[in-house]
Design a protein around this ligand. Sequence first.
Ligand code: ADP
Length: 164
Amino acid sequence: MADKNQKIAIYPGSFDPVTNGHLDILERALKIFDRIILAVGDNPGKKPLFTVGERLGILRAVCKGMKNVEIDSFSGLMIEYAKQRNADAIIRGLRAVSDFDYEFQLALMNRNLDCDIETVFIMTAEKYVYLNSGIVKEISRYNGNVKGLVPKEVDSFLMKKFGR
Ligand code: ADP
């Protein structure tokens, strides 16, 4: 049974695919919260490269053996999902100022929908400031080297996806 004293956070995202930048935020979040639920958002409007099922499989492979991490997916309003899962907080990563405007809007909107769940922003390591899933996909699509940007399992999934 879930321990009521445990602090639970949801880390939602597209994770299409997960990068070392996402994992950097996850590791930092694990120092603050007892349990993190990595939640893949099912948002077909974003035209993802990997299906939700594939993204879940990639995350499970990458996070295998990580204690206090659960992998899940959700569709619909993220704040509703967070409530359902009894989350205390939502984790979002911040890279540059360019993230701020959108993230600020999202956090305030989520607070309007439920004022009990706080959004917690965590700053990325400097080396990941310019890293996002889109860049990784572009590099891999044209056979470039994504070493250091994603875990090696992700590189294998990308190569398979691009038919190599
Ligand atoms: P979304 O579609 O929700 O933006 P992403 O998978 O792109 O999904 O990002 C999920 C979260 O991870 C967001 O809060 C984003 O800012 C953060 N994030 C993505 N890449 C990085 C990175 N390199 N460093 C820190 N945070 C990141």
